[in-house]
Design a binder for this molecule. Structure first.
Ligand SMILES: [Zn+2]
Length: 450
């Protein structure tokens, strides 16, 4: 079968359906109407049914939007089964004034379309649908399709797969909730950093005291806190907390120029840390101060500040144990005692990272497929963000190979204003998914004959 020609032939229809789906404001956050979320669910289910998926069900779980479940049995008894994951809910649009066009009116941009969620993750839902259409509903492997409806807001789905491992049983899974390092560079994401949060507090006085009468000897809680926070990094901006794992990064990475653009760093501001960017973003730790309670400047009184606290967000190596990582940060802070003042540390939520096992038949098949689709060899990257569901699925089906690729690219403004997707990336992802199933079926056939 000529995958490329067939993919080109179905792009008009796929683009029209992507626009229909992206026009639905399926935001599953509190305070947003549930109607559009259910509408997006129903549209995805109907599109899968129309594409020839014989089993399309709805999984209803407490505290989460309904999950679309589709199943195509293997074409022959010893063909492998591949699980495909995506989500139909989207981030809130944020301030509409920052958008160049209404966020839920898909609008053409050079080479693509702009709308909230049109990349994350509706493009990947459509890539899966396109691949199923390309095979007329009869792919060369068995398929299980999981399209979640509350990925962006505290899904209860993350914990579900391990409670029903039989349902999720498969040989490989494609987690299509990310994409390429840059447009045109096919990318397999092999690692995701773990995440944790912690609150650090300082109390020095029972209440504020006149800074003229008491300042100079009465300890200022904010100053104490700032001294403690200042020890988290060395002079170059590298995390200086002992016990946080840092490995050299050996895969592909953004150039410093690309990264500065993506991060919107001001021209006169240097980047933090030293060494290759991959080590700073993916295979090493990051500590970010994400909140600070202290008197606001506009309400500032001339008084010694008696109380201050900060919320820290920690990102750590994909293979470091979350509790080890959080302990290392807490120990470091508790050891500080700036000016002899003790700090109080309250650990928060943790989420593990993920490291894919590469080198198996599904990885070989994916490398061939992505090179075929984009016409250039695959890059291996990681992501500083975490996808908690990946761990839930990997625990449910520990022997399955986990592949992370998709139609987004690092310049698609996901979670930001003016999100966009490139149609060339969508088309190539359809080809890549189709070629992956063909290659994987062949690898599997060869292996069982051996
Ligand atoms: Zn997503």
């Amino acid at each position: 079968m000529d995958l490329e020609a067939n993919a080109d032939a179905l792009m008009d229809g796929l683009q029209a359906d992507l626009e229909r789906l992206a026009a639905i404001p399926s935001v599953a956050f509190p305070g947003h109407p549930q109607e559009p979320v259910l509408q997006a669910h129903d549209l995805v289910a109907a599109l899968l049914r129309d594409a020839g998926v014989p089993v399309v069900e709805r999984i209803d779980l407490p505290d989460t939007a309904p999950v679309v479940w589709g199943e195509i049995p293997p074409p022959e008894p010893d063909a492998p089964t591949v699980l495909l994951y995506g989500h139909y809910d989207v981030q809130p649009a944020g301030d509409p004034a920052l958008w160049l066009s209404p966020p839920f009116e898909p609008t053409p941009v050079p080479g693509g379309l702009r709308a909230r969620g049109i990349a994350d993750d509706k493009s990947n839902v459509m890539a899966q649908l396109g691949m199923i259409r390309l095979y007329g509903g009869r792919p060369p492997v068995g398929l299980k399709v999981v399209i979640e409806g509350q990925e962006e807001y505290g899904s209860a789905f993350d914990a579900y797969p391990p409670t029903d491992p039989q349902r999720f049983a498969c040989d490989a899974m494609v987690i299509a909730d990310l994409g390429n390092l840059r447009p045109g560079t096919p990318t397999l994401t092999t690692g995701l950093r773990g995440a944790a949060e912690l609150t650090v507090e300082v109390r020095t006085l029972a209440e504020p005291r006149h800074s003229g009468l008491f300042g100079g000897a009465a300890p200022d809680a904010l100053l104490v806190l700032l001294h403690a926070l200042a020890t988290l990094h060395d002079a170059d901006g590298n995390v200086a907390v002992p016990g946080l794992r840092r490995d050299p990064w050996e895969g592909a990475e953004s150039t410093e120029g690309e990264f500065r653009d993506l991060a919107a760093v001001h021209d006169d501001v240097p980047l933090l840390g030293s060494g290759p960017l991959g080590g700073r973003l993916w295979s090493g730790p990051a500590v970010t101060v994400i909140g600070l309670d202290a008197p606001a400047v506009d309400q500032a009184a001339s008084a010694v500040v008696p109380y201050a606290r900060a919320r820290l967000n920690l990102r750590f190596h994909p293979l470091q144990d979350p509790h080890d990582a959080l302990d290392a940060l807490a120990r470091h802070l508790l050891a500080q005692r700036p000016f002899g003042v003790p700090l109080t540390v309250t650990p928060g939520d943790t989420g593990p990272g993920f490291q894919a096992r590469t080198g198996g038949p599904a990885y070989r098949a994916a490398m061939t497929a992505l090179r075929e689709a984009w016409g250039t060899p695959v890059s291996f990257a990681a992501s500083g963000a975490s996808i908690p569901l990946v761990n839930g699925l990997a625990r449910a089906v520990p022997q399955a190979e986990v592949l992370l690729f998709g139609a987004m690219d690092s310049m698609c403004n996901l979670h930001a204003p003016n999100e966009r997707v490139l149609l060339s990336e969508l088309r190539n992802t359809v080809v890549a998914m189709a070629a992956f199933l063909r290659e994987y079926a062949a690898e599997h056939r060869a292996a069982t004959r051996r």
